[in-house]
Design a protein around this ligand. Structure first.
Ligand SMILES: NC(=O)c1ccc[n+]([C@@H]2O[C@H](COP(=O)([O-])OP(=O)(O)OC[C@H]3O[C@@H](n4cnc5c(N)ncnc54)[C@H](OP(=O)(O)O)[C@@H]3O)[C@@H](O)[C@H]2O)c1
Length: 276
């Protein structure tokens, strides 16, 4: 039985992936921070009688310690993991800077550090799969935002959009570094941009941003079912190359500056130092 971990598996794109593979009979471990979204997914799975096995784990992935505990428990409980799909995200485009209990800027912690901790931490279980794939869902290759090397935690010039875009660019570098720092790994690392998709994202925004983003997603967004199709194809039949980036069905060049290997290795080293 295929076993997969889906962070953000209780809403939007992550939930679409969870449902797709539950229908196919996989064991899906969906991770989210709220009791309520987890309970809704459990109830839907029961109603639909999907043939797979659903495990819902409630973990606040903005905490590095909680992410590490999740890794330890998964590696112990699941000797073989086939896929890790990284979707957990909470945009904080308005309001002031929020710092986690561990001293990290919130977007950096949730959208980037948790993905770093899970991608590297779950490797022992992923390496036992015959075709392991990590899919990092975000906006790979987008020419917006940058890494603020002199102030990664944005303590001096914080902005919600700046922090969100930095977390996206950090994930581009996480993927680009992967084959370099894990040269012997069989894992295929896939960066995936789903396009604009109607998901639960607006629900967690304050007004009037909630109404605005709900209206624009309703107008411009695709449905989850459509948005996950290319991602499913990548998980089922991953590219040969160790790291690839995609926007929907379109494969992106990894020669773009956002995937610069020197920057990727630098961020890898700096992240390791932050986590030590
Ligand atoms: N929707 C789009 O148009 C779009 C476009 C480009 C890229 N993307 C990317 O696609 C990915 C999924 O986005 P989406 O639109 O599907 O989002 P979504 O519907 O808002 O779902 C976000 C998921 O993240 C979980 N989450 C939030 N905070 C968490 C925390 N602290 N700890 C653990 N889990 C947490 C949520 O569960 P809880 O609420 O239970 O915590 C939920 O399951 C994101 O990386 C996003 O950047 C989306």
């Amino acid at each position: 039985m295929r076993t997969m971990v889906v962070t953000g598996g209780t809403s939007g794109i992550g939930k679409g992936i969870a449902a797709h593979y539950l229908r196919q009979g996989a064991h899906v471990i969906a991770v989210g921070s709220s009791e309520q979204r987890g309970a809704v997914l459990r109830a839907e799975a029961q109603r639909a009688a999907w043939k797979g096995k659903l495990t819902v784990l409630r973990v606040d992935l903005s905490s590095v310690a909680a992410g590490r505990r999740l890794v330890d428990s998964l590696v112990e409980a699941e000797p073989i993991l086939d896929n890790l799909v990284l979707c957990a995200q909470r945009y904080r485009l308005t309001g002031g800077r929020v710092e986690t209990a561990e001293g990290f800027e919130h977007s950096f912690a949730l959208a980037y550090l948790s993905r770093y901790v899970l991608s590297h931490g779950l490797l022992p279980a992923l390496e036992r799969s015959p075709g392991p794939v990590i899919a990092n869902v975000g906006t790979p290759g987008l020419r917006l935002g940058r890494i603020h090397w002199d102030d990664l935690q944005l303590t001096r010039r914080y902005g919600g959009t700046r922090a969100t875009l930095q977390s996206f660019r950090a994930n581009d570098l996480l993927g680009a570094a992967f084959p370099q720092v894990r040269p012997d790994s069989a894992v295929r690392y896939v960066g995936y941009h789903p396009g604009v998709v109607r998901t639960g994202m607006p629900a967690s925004q304050p007004q009037p941003l909630r109404a605005l983003s709900a209206a624009s997603l309703a107008l411009l967004g695709r449905g989850v079912e459509q948005a996950i199709r290319p991602l499913v194809a990548l998980l089922d039949d991953p590219p040969e190359e160790r790291f690839t980036a995609h926007r929907g069905r379109r494969r992106l060049s990894v020669d773009r500056p956002t995937f610069d290997t020197t920057a990727a290795l630098r961020l890898h080293r700096e992240t390791q130092a932050l986590l030590d």
